[in-house]
Design a protein around this ligand. Structure first.
Ligand SMILES: NC(=O)c1ccc[n+]([C@@H]2O[C@H](COP(=O)([O-])OP(=O)(O)OC[C@H]3O[C@@H](n4cnc5c(N)ncnc54)[C@H](O)[C@@H]3O)[C@@H](O)[C@H]2O)c1
Length: 346
């Protein structure tokens, strides 16, 4: 049995005390409702865009909304679904969004030529390349073609480097890790001083998540496919983040410290013959089993996934605001936190 934690997430500025694990009722995990939290963030973003545009001068340049270019190569159904969801969220927030749906057979050079065009198109403040790309295309080469000012996913080595260095600001931070931090923060879950164990060391999830947790003063352990005793490592975690891409791999309560916070980032499918589509989505964690020992747990779907999209919107918004400062579009100081933005843009 689970309960949701929607009040704190919906009203993060309320002065309620931090939510700490409740040792008197360890057998009922509360659900960290990413769907609800993401809806609230989208609302905040929409309002901020409207406010900024309302204060802007009435010229076309001043009225350019945040713009996102989304590149999808090929016809993978899962990628098409992700792109559809991202596009829908952008439209809902008043962004300009354009999907570039390209044939699977497109050459690397043709794709790079499109990237160059988008890099200098002022309608777009962020460029997203939906991964994975077909194997004949070098994904590193394509991603690294994005100008740092438009690196909405924060995947550029420069941005990952800025994230690793203390006191440096990446132009954007990878959306999924940023979404995990935001979900914990809005639910008032303490990170400072906690032991965080992360399963997975990818450049897009595990590594940036470890850095964000470290900067939030957690003690961080990163586990991966060569970690010899995963159970012992997991059992130490106050906050366990699973990003392996292995359906319901964490299925035993013995992996979980009592009252731990469990963040399930994995998106996998498992057979479900009873459903028309024949499968259902699941995470890396066996939800029903682990919810009996955890204090908080994210569901799949409805947990980290929607937060990822919310952070994509947030990153696009921030890149847009920064471009307005750099290009001198901003006219008055109350429009955005100019000092902070100028510092970052420098
Ligand atoms: N919720 C979201 O929005 C979102 C976003 C990105 C990725 N994901 C999901 O997160 C998962 C991970 O994505 P990724 O891109 O980081 O995947 P990846 O394949 O690049 O990385 C998987 C990581 O898991 C580790 N791993 C594999 N088997 C392991 C084991 N037995 N024990 C410990 N570690 C093990 C590997 O060492 C690797 O570092 C996938 O299911 C993906 O679909 C979700």
């Amino acid at each position: 049995m689970t309960t949701t934690v929607s009040d704190a997430a919906a009203n993060p500025s309320a002065s309620s005390p931090a939510i700490e694990a409740d040792s008197s009722s360890p057998k009922v995990a509360k659900i960290l409702d990413g769907k609800g939290c993401a809806a609230q963030i989208r609302l905040e973003i929409k309002q901020e865009v409207e406010e900024i545009l309302a204060k802007s001068a009435k010229t076309a340049k001043h009225h350019l909304p945040p713009g996102l270019a989304v590149i999808l190569v090929g016809e993978r159904p899962d990628s098409a679904t992700y792109v559809r969801n991202k596009t829908k969220a952008c439209v809902e927030c008043g962004f300009h969004v354009e999907d570039f749906k390209l044939e699977e057979s497109i050459s690397e050079q043709e794709l790079l030529t499109l990237m160059d065009k988008l890099n200098f198109d002022e309608a777009f403040h962020g460029i997203l390349v939906q991964l994975p790309l077909p194997t004949h295309i070098n994904a590193h080469k394509v991603l690294e073609r994005i100008r740092v000012e438009k690196d909405v996913d924060g995947f550029l080595p420069y941005n990952l480097g800025c994230l690793a260095a203390r006191d440096r600001h990446p132009s954007a931070t990878a959306c999924t890790p940023a979404g995990v931090l935001e979900l914990l923060k809005r639910n008032r879950i303490e990170i400072a001083g906690k032991k965080v164990v992360i399963l997975g060391r990818s450049n897009i999830v595990g590594i940036p998540l470890a850095l964000l947790m470290l900067h939030s003063d957690a003690t961080v352990v990163i586990c991966h496919s060569k970690t010899p005793d995963l159970e012992t490592e997991c059992k130490q975690a106050d906050i366990l983040c699973c990003a392996m891409g292995k359906a319901e791999f964490i299925d035993q309560q013995s992996f979980i410290k009592e009252n731990a916070v469990v963040v399930d980032i994995g998106i996998n499918s498992k057979d479900a013959p009873e459903l028309k589509k024949g499968y259902r989505l699941c995470g890396d964690v066996k939800f029903d089993e682990i919810a009996k020992v955890a204090s908080f747990i994210t569901p799949v779907p409805g947990g980290v996934g929607p937060m990822t999209i919310a952070m994509l919107l947030k990153n696009t918004l921030e890149l847009w605001k920064r471009s307005r400062i750099v290009e001198g579009v901003i006219e008055n100081e109350c429009e955005v936190g100019q000092d902070e933005m100028l510092k970052k843009a420098a």
